[in-house]
Design a protein around this ligand. Structure first.
Ligand code: AHR
Length: 312
């Protein structure tokens, strides 16, 4: 452990003083806010200068920020891409300027020679983990499922949907009866869930909710309660992220399961950059983070407390 600590600090010291531009999507969710906080903390601990840009959910703002980072001659760019398509030109410009780009948490459809590496989870797998939990929990019962999708065109919305459908394939007793975007926000999660409840016999015909992130699940839980039903019991709730509020909901019996996504994407990104700056080391094209399932059986009250100290 001591040797490992020494190795980390030596690498971090090598990266000291470099300037990194970070094009963040916005602040749509608790998870996103934690990722921003942790990226700033990680940069500070390593002595890096971070230029932060909040795109307010707009790809054109991200493209403008990247062009401005290139013009400033930063030493690297972190990009959390709001949607998957439309990045080729600006990534090519960064490449021509010899500025390494690291993707954080979301994927792009561009060729992988346009970026140094991508840090993130296997987003299809996350959906599969959530779906498998539901399949196992429901057994042979008929189950009408409603789905709250993330931002349209974003890789987590595309892949979490796909993974969940993979898990449900062959289990004909489970059917996704309604599926709509809630844009990864609490407010839209609540609003869309209200419309689902209304359309499904006041919610009595819904057996489970699958939300592509915890914030939409938290909004939907509120809508379920306002409809006079018990979330977690009348309607099962499974989502993705592992934010403190979802653990609190699980501790209260109002949510059933979440698949954790670490908000610390910057740590592995900065490690990869430090090695690259040192001697040109090329990292693997995908640095995968863990996707762990948590349920009500996993001490949600304790997990809530633990997460409060993790940058949330
Ligand atoms: O890209 C990761 C997703 O973006 C998180 O699951 C969600 O909360 C965020 O908005």
């Amino acid at each position: 452990a001591a040797a490992a600590a020494l190795a980390i600090s030596a690498t971090a010291a090598l990266a000291e003083g470099e300037t990194v531009g970070f094009s963040q999507i916005g602040s749509e969710s608790g998870w996103r806010a934690a990722e921003t906080t942790l990226t700033k903390t990680q940069a500070e601990e390593r002595g890096l200068k971070l230029q932060f840009s909040d795109a307010q959910q707009k790809q054109e703002n991200q493209i403008a920020a990247i062009r401005s980072f290139i013009a400033q001659g930063v030493d690297a760019i972190l990009l959390a891409p709001v949607v998957a398509t439309g990045w080729d030109a600006v990534l090519q410009e960064a490449k021509e300027a010899e500025i390494p780009v690291v993707l954080l948490d979301r994927q792009v459809d561009s060729s992988d020679d346009l970026y140094l590496t991508a840090v993130g989870s296997n987003l299809v797998h996350e959906g599969e983990v959530a779906g498998k939990w539901l399949v196992d929990s429901v057994g042979d019962k008929e189950c009408r499922v409603v789905e709250l999708q993330g931002t349209t065109g974003s890789s987590p919305a595309i892949d979490r949907k796909k993974g969940f459908e993979n898990a449900l394939a062959g289990h004909d007793n489970l059917k996704i009866v309604r599926s709509q975007t809630g844009d990864f926000t609490r407010a839209q999660g609540k609003e869309v869930m209200e419309s689902f409840l209304q359309a499904e016999n006041g919610g009595k015909d819904i057996c489970a909710l699958y939300a592509h992130n915890d914030d939409m699940a938290v909004g939907a839980i509120q809508a379920i309660k306002e409809a006079g039903l018990k979330p977690g019991t009348d309607i099962l709730v499974v989502s993705i992220d592992g934010v403190p509020d979802l653990f609190q909901a699980m501790a209260n019996g109002e949510a059933n399961a979440t698949v954790e996504l670490t908000p610390n994407m910057a740590g592995p990104a900065f490690d990869a950059l430090a090695a690259y700056w040192k001697d040109g080391t090329q990292p693997a094209k995908f640095l995968q983070t863990e996707s762990k399932l948590y349920t009500q059986a996993d001490d949600p009250a304790g997990e809530y407390e633990r997460r409060k100290g993790l940058g949330y």
